[in-house]
Design a protein around this ligand. Structure first.
Ligand code: NI
Length: 337
C-alpha cells in the first residue's frame, strides 16, 4: 500500500466536500467508489463515524447500552404500548417530554459522543419516537426521507435509532439506500395507509431498487445513525417477538423551525447560543402527570407542522424565510382535521 492510500488525513472527508453539502451541483446519487463498502455487521469504530456517515448517509452497528438496559427499557415501552391510547400516543413525536426513561436514554453519553462527531459539540434533542411492531404486526414504514415534513431549515440533523429488541430482516428492521442522502429533497406522495407508521403515510415518488438496499440488523443495545435525507423504510414483523426501536432526533442549535410558529427542543450537550427552540422541564418519573400535560401542550402546538405542507414542504426552498419581507406565516390547520 503506498502512502496515498488508506484513511483520509484528519479534517478531510471521504467525499472531499462539506458534511451536509447539497449545493444542487452534485449529481444524483453518489459514485460507488465513494461509498463505504463495510456493511458486514462489524461495529463501527468511533473514528470512522463521521466519514462513513458522510459517504453513506448512515453507519451501524454501534453498541451504546447493555443488553440488560435494552431489555429493561423494552419492557417499559411495551407496558406503555399496552397501557391504552393515552399512554401509547406519548411514545410518539417528543416522547422524552412525557417519559423519564426516554429522556434518560436520549442523554446516554455513548450516544451523544457519536452524534457529536457528526454535528459538533452543541446538541439539541428535537424529537423521540418509539417505533413499535407487535409480533405478527402488519405495521410498516414506506420509503421516505425524514426532513421533508419537519419544518426545519437545515440538514444538520442526525437520527440515532436505538434497538431495544433485536432488529432483524424477519421482524421488520430498517433498510437504507447507501448514498441516497446526497440526492437532496425528493418529492413524496401521501397515502395515509392505515398500517403505515408515518404520520401522513408519505412515500417517495421515485422507485427504490431493492438490490441497492442495506438491512439494518441490530442487536439489543446497538444503534444506527442516519441522515435526514437518507432513503429508508422498514417491513412488517413476521417474527414472534416485539420489534421496538427508539428514534432520537438530534439537531444543532443554529437550526430553525420555519413552518411552525413555535417549536421545542432540549439541550442535551454543550451550549445553545441561539435560543431558536423552547426548552421544557424534564419528566421526573414515567408517571409524571405534569410532564404528560406538557407533552399534550407541546403536541398541540407542534403537531400541525407535519400536516401544514401541501404541496410537500421543501426545506431547501425556504432556507431563511424569516429574512424575507414578503414571507407570510403559514396557516396552521388542525391536526387530523
Ligand atoms: Ni424516518
Amino acid at each position: 500500500m503506498n502512502a496515498n492510500e488508506g484513511t483520509p488525513p484528519e479534517g478531510s472527508t471521504a467525499c472531499g466536500g462539506t458534511l451536509f453539502g447539497e449545493d444542487g451541483a452534485s449529481p444524483p446519487g453518489v459514485a460507488p467508489e465513494l461509498r463505504s463498502v463495510l456493511h458486514d455487521g462489524a461495529p463501527v469504530s468511533p473514528d470512522a463515524i463521521a466519514s462513513r456517515f458522510e459517504a453513506d448517509g448512515f453507519c451501524f452497528p454501534i453498541p451504546v447500552i447493555s443488553e440488560t438496559d435494552a431489555a429493561i427499557n423494552l419492557n417499559r415501552v411495551i407496558r406503555a404500548e399496552k397501557g391504552g391510547e393515552d399512554r401509547r400516543r406519548l411514545l410518539r413525536s417528543k416522547a422524552h417530554l412525557a417519559y423519564r426513561f426516554i429522556d434518560r436514554l436520549a442523554r446516554t453519553p455513548a450516544i451523544l459522543d457519536c452524534v457529536e462527531r457528526i454535528l459538533g459539540p452543541d446538541l439539541l434533542l428535537w424529537g423521540s419516537t418509539c417505533f413499535v411492531k407487535a409480533p405478527g404486526s402488519s405495521s410498516y414504514v414506506s420509503w421516505h426521507q425524514d426532513l421533508n415534513y419537519w419544518g426545519l431549515n437545515s440538514t444538520e440533523e442526525v437520527s440515532a435509532w436505538l434497538a431495544l429488541s433485536a432488529s432483524t430482516e424477519a421482524n421488520g428492521c430498517m433498510r437504507f439506500v447507501p448514498g441516497s442522502h446526497l440526492r437532496g429533497p425528493i418529492a413524496h406522495r401521501d397515502s395515509f395507509e392505515e398500517d403505515n407508521l408515518l404520520s401522513r403515510g408519505q412515500e417517495l415518488e421515485v422507485s427504490v431498487d431493492e438490490e441497492e438496499t442495506v438491512s439494518v440488523v441490530l442487536a439489543p443495545g446497538e444503534m444506527s445513525l442516519h441522515h435526514g435525507r437518507l432513503f429508508h423504510a422498514s417491513g412488517m414483523n413476521r417474527g414472534n417477538d416485539w420489534r421496538v426501536g427508539l428514534a432520537l432526533r438530534y439537531i444543532t442549535p443554529s437550526t430553525r423551525q420555519v413552518v411552525g410558529v413555535r417549536d421545542f427542543a432540549q439541550l442535551v450537550r454543550g451550549e445553545d447560543r441561539f435560543g431558536h427552540f423552547e426548552e421544557m422541564p424534564r419528566p421526573e418519573s414515567d408517571d409524571d402527570y405534569a410532564a404528560m400535560q406538557r407533552f399534550e401542550y407541546v403536541d398541540g402546538v407542534t403537531g400541525s407542522i407535519f400536516f401544514a405542507t401541501d404541496p410537500p414542504y421543501r426545506p431547501d426552498d425556504l432556507d431563511d424565510p424569516c429574512d424575507d419581507e414578503d414571507w407570510v406565516e403559514p396557516d396552521m390547520p388542525e391536526r387530523g382535521g
